[in-house]
Design a protein around this ligand. Sequence first.
Ligand SMILES: [Cu+2]
Length: 107
Amino acid sequence: MRPVAVAALEQSTLDEDTPDGYMLTIPPAGIYHGSTTMSTTRNFTVSGMTCNHCVMSVTEEVSEVPGVTGVDVDLDSGRMTVTSDEPVDDELVAAAVADAGYQLNES
Ligand SMILES: [Cu+2]
């Protein structure tokens, strides 16, 4: 699964009705991407994987957890990065990994 693309800044910064000389307000850091949803990224470690089929199984199961928009698993390190629209329930991630036949360790 591909990483979530950062929403492009597509809002026009100058409104036609804006009077000349108006100061534009710079949004605070954190909502700077102009996206309507905040993306959350969490890192976990999955143990027990031995090949790319394991990686695919884990990726598929965790992708089905509500709110999850992206799953990236590194076989060698066991590192799993989960991207979501909203904070995901660790229990559900752990259950999904268990369903695939592996074990989740938070990192
Ligand atoms: Cu395998």
